[in-house]
Each structure stands twice: as C-alpha cells, then as structure tokens.
Design a protein. Structure first.
Length: 376
C-alpha cells in the first residue's frame, strides 16, 4: 500500500504538478506556495487530511540525534516556514493580536512532512532585501536566495506560536540568528538570549534551538562568528542560559566554506560548550543571477559538493567529540543521502528537495537510499 502510494505521488508531482510550477519564476512560485499553505493553516479538516497523507507515506524510523528523538531522520530546514517581515516589533505584535497568520505553513507543513525547523528569527523584525531575491536553476536542481533574514522577529513569532500552542507539532525546532550589524559581542549575546526567552517564557518550548552562525544574505559578514573564540563566547553564554531555563538542546548551523582546521576547532568548541549537534551546512555564497556583484546563498545540487566536503572534515574531528552531525546541503535523491550516511551521519535537513521533488521528498529519498545500499 505504502509503495503504491509513493509511486503514485512521485508520478503526480513529477508529471502533473512540477511542470507548471517549474515554468513560474522561482519567487512567484514561492509566494504562491506560501499563500496556499496560509489557507491550509486555517482549515483543520484539510490539515487532518495532510496528517493522513503523512501516515500513508512515512514509515516510522526513529532516530536519536542532538538530544532529540525524531520519528524520522529528515527535518525540513529553516528558511521556508519563517513568516512575514515587519518594520518594527509593535507592528508585528499588532498583526498577531489581530489574528493574522504571520508564519504561513506553521500548521500545514509539519502535518505533511513531520519535523520542521521554524525560522530563522532575529531579536527584532526584519523586512529583508527587496526586489527579486529568489532564484531557481532547474538543470542543476539548485535554489538561490538573498531574502536577507526577512522575519517577524522572535517576540512576535513566539507570541504567534504560543497562541497556537495546542496545535503545534510534537517535534519542532526554532532557528535563531544574530541581528545583522550588531555592534558588540555582548549585545549579540543579549539579543540571542532575549530571543530564546521570548519562546520559553510564552510556553512555546521547541524540541531544540538552532543558533545560525552563518547567513550569507544580509551583507553582514558571517565568518567572524565562526572563529573559535567568538563561537565559544556565543555558545557558552547561550547554553548557560538554556541550562537554567528548561535545558533545551542547542544545535549550531555553520557555513560550507570554512577550512578543515576551522571545522576541527569549531567541533572542539562545541564539545567544550555542550552543543548537541552541528548542522552542516548553510547555503553557499555565490554571485546572484541578476547582479554578479551581489552574493546570494545557493542550495541544492550546486551546494552538495561543498556541504559533503564540510561533513567529511567534521566527521574526521568526530572521533573524540560527542557532537552529532546533521547533514544539510544538496540531499536530492537516495544517492546523495547515501554519500552523507557513509560518513556516519544519522539525520539530515533538506530544503531544495521540497521544491524539486515536492513535499514528500524526504520519504522518497529515504526509499531510494535503501536501493543504493542494496547495490553496495
């Protein structure tokens, strides 16, 4: 039954749904999908139908990673279910109090795909970059964006999720990013802790928090946060706070363009501080399709070689540390997932596969990976 359902889904998405979507500009398709998800969020009977589809598609394959017990080894990565941008916190909170859905997909996406990482959220709302900021390369199955951390801010996001706490999924993460252009490490730490507190104090306790040390789309140099000293300062302060307020596991998301020595140093930092998992990696900065002087983050097929190399470097530092590695980058089929699994990775995050292979991409990829191992 499950095999037939997945086969039917694969054919329907590949030959009926994807062709018209692929003809739309990436940004228009993105907004269309979010609009549909926003409608689904408000329709409980359809959300129940999505849960039924999830049960039909997914075989429960428990996976323990980063201090979290997952029902399936795939997590939908941050960046999609992140919400609207606002000029200021007061305006964002007013929208929540008026009953607006400021985080489209918060209910519908987890119902269908399972574990989701919401965000990234920053201490204060950000409008993000304007104009065309989302692109897609169908040939290489790659996505590219410079959305620029557009989000409603941690306080409004936490207030929104708290108002819907009884409808939240049983397992979800929250991704927190530092505010771009923060003047000092002390202010950066304060902002991040206030962001964490916004969720914990309102009762919206996630299964994990992710600290996003690497956002290439804000004109804010992310590499400085990934030095050994600064990463240790951030992580130690954040974990000290979390241990006093519910002990939620901390994961850290890093860049694909660091040296092997940097990865090794970061793994030692994460071990000392008590970080539970490292997500490798974020998108790869490359010139945007419309302006070669402006960088935009690449995901999907063009990210895969760099992300796999990062995981390989991290795994070589893994023998004497207990920090789990979560793969993220170009996992589009069973073969790419097998490449990560061969390095000892137990869980993954995905984004571009959701676009190119549809909302049930994770279970299709996992099924294909079994075929990959059968041939080895």
């Amino acid at each position: 039954m499950r095999y037939l359902f997945l086969r039917l889904y694969h054919l329907v998405y590949r030959y009926i749904l994807w062709p018209p979507l692929s003809l739309l500009p990436a940004q228009k398709a993105h907004h269309l999908i979010l609009s549909v998800l926003g409608v689904l969020d408000r329709m409980p009977p359809l959300v129940m139908f999505l849960r039924l589809l999830h049960r039909l598609a997914y075989a429960e394959t428990p996976c323990s990673v980063g201090g979290v017990q997952l029902q399936h080894p795939f997590i939908f990565a941050a960046g999609f279910v992140k919400g609207l941008g606002f000029e200021d916190e007061q305006t964002a909170l007013q929208a929540v109090h008026q009953g607006r859905n400021i985080i489209m997909g918060w209910r519908a996406v987890p119902a269908l795909v399972g574990a989701v990482e919401f965000g990234s959220f920053t201490r204060r709302p950000l409008i993000g970059n304007q104009g065309v900021v989302i692109w897609r390369d169908n040939q290489s199955r790659s996505t590219q964006n410079r959305v620029g951390l557009r989000n409603p801010g941690a306080v409004a996001a936490a207030e929104f999720l708290a108002r819907h706490r009884h409808a939240l999924p049983p397992i979800f993460g929250v991704n927190i990013a530092p505010m771009p252009g923060t003047g000092s490490a002390a202010q950066e730490i304060q902002d991040i802790i206030e962001s964490l507190a916004a969720f914990l104090e309102r009762g919206g306790r996630p299964s994990w928090f992710t600290l996003n040390l690497s956002c290439p789309n804000t004109e804010d140099d992310p590499s400085g946060r990934q030095t050994e000293a600064h990463a240790e300062q951030l992580c130690s302060s954040i974990i000290a706070y979390l241990r006093q307020h519910g002990d939620v596991p901390l994961w850290v998301k890093i860049s694909p363009n660091l040296s092997a020595e940097q990865y090794s140093a970061l793994m030692q930092v994460f071990q000392r501080c008590g970080v539970c998992a490292v997500i490798a990696t974020n998108t790869l900065p490359q010139p945007s399709p419309t302006n070669a002087e402006v960088m935009a983050g690449v995901g999907g097929g063009r990210l895969f070689p760099a992300a796999l190399a990062a995981v390989r470097d991290l795994s070589q530092s893994h023998a004497d540390v207990s920090v789990d590695i979560i793969a993220c980058g170009g996992i589009l089929d069973g073969e790419s997932w097998c490449a990560y699994r061969s390095l000892g990775v137990k869980a993954a995050q995905y984004y571009s596969a959701f676009i190119f292979r549809g909302p049930l991409a994770a279970v299709i990829i996992e099924s294909e990976s079994q075929n990959c191992y059968d041939h080895n």
